[in-house]
Design a protein around this ligand. Sequence first.
Ligand code: PLP
Length: 396
Amino acid sequence: MSKKLQRIRDLQHFGEEGGVVPVIDVASTSTFLDPEDMSRTFRGELQGCYLYSRHSNPTVQMFGRKMAALEGTEAALGVASGMAAISCALEKCVEAGDHIICHSVVYGGTYALLQNLFPRRGVQVSFVNFDTLADLEAHVKPSTRVVYIETMSNPMLNVAPFETLQQFKVKHPKIKIIVDNTFAPLLASPVDFGADVIVHSCTKFISGSSDLIAGAICSSSDFIESLIDVNHGPVMLTGPVMDPRVAHELYLRLDHLHIRMRAHSERALELARALEKQHIHVIYPGLESHPHHARARRYFGDDFGFGGMLAIELGTPERALKLARALQDNKFGLYAVSLGFSRTLISCPAVSTSSEIPEVDQRKISLTPGLLRISVGYTGDASIQVERFLEAFRSL
Ligand code: PLP
């Protein structure tokens, strides 16, 4: 059984009267019994005091401790969204004149952030389709501060070359490796391969209910502290903090994340196998036909499967949208962006969540308008769901 699960389980916070569930501390500001302590906190001479909820909040910190247990980092901070996690983590690592290497297959919002906003601040970004150490090192400059990658890329489901990142870290210890682990919570432990910072969109599998927007940054205590520094902290100064009510919800949901991840993985594997049998072009890291299957086996272990995301190549946008409509009509799933929901969500990334990537670059990463991304839910009967899919497919 995974050590991560035990770490999460062993963290226990009680309610005020011994309740088995902790209370939510909604206060936006906290009292200082000694006024001098407030000045010392602002001067950075006193740590650990609750000041103001944009700086720190007991319930958000409690959620942070559970996220740190999940990722095996010293600390973690809940923030308002996945994009807040990505932009604040990056902001902390670079300044004007610096350079970021970003893997060329990333979520469209991340691509747009790095392509459109960071260059305006004088930060140069190279999008690189790296696999080997040589691929990566060919793009390193004296100004490189960050290598950024997703564990399982959105939407192509490439698995990050963690061993390459590990070798890279040994040779370039000062360059920070930031990994977006949104698609693979519990499955992968990027920190074991030298990642310095792990970011999550908790909107997805960690929430599991498509009912809130949230994010988290997991890293060393120093890095997390630096995010809320009153003079230089990007979370403190740009303000995308997590609401304590959301932190409380997510704190509780982390207790059943493992059950949900296993259910997503089982359903996704079953569907992927059934589709492959019908000669449908399916992309799923759990299939032997996936180019990174061996890698996925090495990194993910046996506990939680290969995740809940799969993609299908339909050849043309017309066929993709026709199938999406038929799948929705046939009650197989809902045509909606996002992922990690208990129900199945279907989208066409080229014209939605990856549309920020210009067509010419989409082609370079083999992202076609005929690709449908499916976040496989676990509600309903698995065999009926497979049958509904095949029925819709036959109607094409
Ligand atoms: N990272 C990945 C891999 C995503 O797919 C998304 C959103 O789809 C994000 C980050 C952004 O998360 P959020 O919508 O919570 O800001």
